[in-house]
Ligand binder design. Structure first.
Ligand SMILES: N[C@@H](CCC(=O)N[C@@H](CS)C(=O)NCC(=O)O)C(=O)O
Length: 214
């Protein structure tokens, strides 16, 4: 399997899941300005949608959309427990989170990456985003992870997106539960490995993220 990624972008969630699953994978970086991959090919020939992530399966098939890639990879190694079994209520709970993260949090952040966003617009976007983050923080009270005490692919996705906050001046400090949550996930060896492979860790220090179009 090969993951096409932009360092620190939402594709980091797929990378974390691959790393957590312990499956062999290759990585190919995409330059977000030229849309050329490390091999020098036009990334749009891999994913005509023109954004990361995409994974190329060993049979040549390409899968896109972070929430779907995460589930596909996790389902290859069910014993890791990163996604509850299909058909269970827990699985629908996971999908509920993934959809919420994709549409409300991930795409809630997206306008903040636009170079032409005005201060007024930024305030409105952050106000709305804060209502969604507030909901997440309330749900995390008394829990280690979104689904309870087990790390799941939803945590890989949420961690990735919330790690953009500092650079985009979205202040998470009012939700103390989130700092513990982010630390808990960042300390996972597989997460550390993925961050290091994307060049987001210098020595033992994390590099700020949130500079690519999302
Ligand atoms: N719906 C897609 C959105 C993916 C997305 O927004 N990717 C961003 C990085 S976080 C990207 O590649 N942006 C570059 C661009 O749109 O040119 C998903 O959930 O995977």
């Amino acid at each position: 399997m090969k993951l096409y990624y932009i360092p620190g972008a939402c594709s980091l969630s797929s990378h974390i899941v691959l790393s957590e699953c312990g499956l062999p994978y290759d990585l190919e970086k995409v330059d977000c300005t030229t849309m050329k991959t490390e091999r020098g090919i036009d990334y749009r020939t891999i994913n005509p949608k023109g954004y990361v992530p995409a994974i190329e399966l060993d049979n040549g098939e390409v899968l896109t959309e972070a929430a779907v890639i995460a589930q596909y990879v996790a389902d290859l190694v069910p014993e890791k427990g990163l996604s509850p079994p299909y058909g269970s209520v827990e699985r629908y709970r996971l999908m509920e989170w993934l959809n919420f993260i994709a549409t409300e949090i991930h795409k809630g952040f997206s306008p903040l990456f636009h170079p032409k966003i005005t201060d007024e617009m930024k305030t409105l976007v952050i106000e709305r985003l804060n209502t969604r983050i507030d909901y997440v923080a309330k749900q995390l009270e008394g829990k280690n992870y979104l689904l309870g005490n087990h790390f799941s692919v939803a945590d890989a996705y949420l961690f990735t997106i919330l790690s953009w906050a500092k650079n985009l001046k979205v202040d998470l400090s009012r939700w103390s539960v989130l700092s513990g949550y982010m630390r808990r996930i960042g300390d996972r060896p597989a997460v550390f490995k993925a961050l290091a492979e994307e060049g987001l860790i210098e020595g033992s220090k994390k590099v700020e993220r949130g500079t690519v179009a999302a």
